[in-house]
Design a protein around this ligand. Sequence first.
Ligand SMILES: [Mn+2]
Length: 369
Amino acid sequence: MSRIVTRTIPDQHHATLVAQGLSPLMARLYAARGIAGSDELDYSLKALLPYHSMKNITAMASRLADAIATGQRMLVVADYDADGATACSVAVKGLSMLGGKVDFIVPNRFEYGYGLTPEIVDLAAQSKPDIIVTVDNGIASVAGVERARALGIEVLITDHHLPGDTLPQALIVNPNQPGCEFPSKHLAGVGVMFYVLLALRAEQRQRGIYAGRTEPNLGELLDYVALGTVADVVRLDQNNRILVENGLRRMRSGRMVPGIAALFRIAGRAHYKANTFDLGFTLGPRLNAAGRLDDMSLGIACLLSGTENQAMTLAQELDRLNRERGSSSMACRTKRWRYCPASTRQTATPLPCTGMTGTRVLSALLPRA
Ligand SMILES: [Mn+2]
């Protein structure tokens, strides 16, 4: 039985918003959604939290600037979901915009497991990188980092997952690591990588790299950031809303990368009306399908496509995988429900199915007891 829940409206927030010039109705809508003042409604990029308070970020920026200056080779190791794929795209495209020599691998999770495992390090070592940069993973990869060190490969970790008791012996940027004072703890993996690039560009600026020429525009990466942030179902706090809103604006005005444009087209969604539903329920699941059924490098290749034709071919393949995955995850879910004891079935929340928001809706339609 569905139940209508009335949101509570903090009186003081409502009063503040009205005093700041909002209509009582808008003030009520915002206050009910946790907005305390009109400054939280500033979605311009200059309202983004500055990167400086993120632990280790200036050290990592400096290390990356050195690597770029000396032509060292960087290899991005990504996670296999939509956040990982967009984070990988941001890292590869962003680091090369800033002058880096960069490539990526994305492990097949069925063969290599989660995170930067020693097996993945061995695979990575075949292409002889100087530095491995993890995106959306690595905070728990103690053994993998040890293996890389033994092979003489430096590891830089960018992640947003909660750390375990032991941290890997590497330079780590993660707003959720102990001692990190960055005020927002809800950045997705893609957001963390974007912040590292902001810090890197500032470091290069300070070194005079851009004297007399135009700086690379990292804003071009915001459509990736928006997609990964929404698809990873992190909380949309003000900082994330700024990232997402600016990415959506790029999509609506048609300035997104060919890969994202192709995903809109294949899903039959209008990019000029792009919203978070499109990202979470149509684009995200198509990317996740590649990681779960086959190989996420297909999703990353689509995101990084340089031409519309190539992007469209890859988007069609992702769409096909997503349809296959739809039937297999439905079968699996039905089976898992059958094994639930009746008592838990009454109140069971949908089984977590990370990133694939579409299946959450399906699970709510399954029979209850
Ligand atoms: Mn993530």
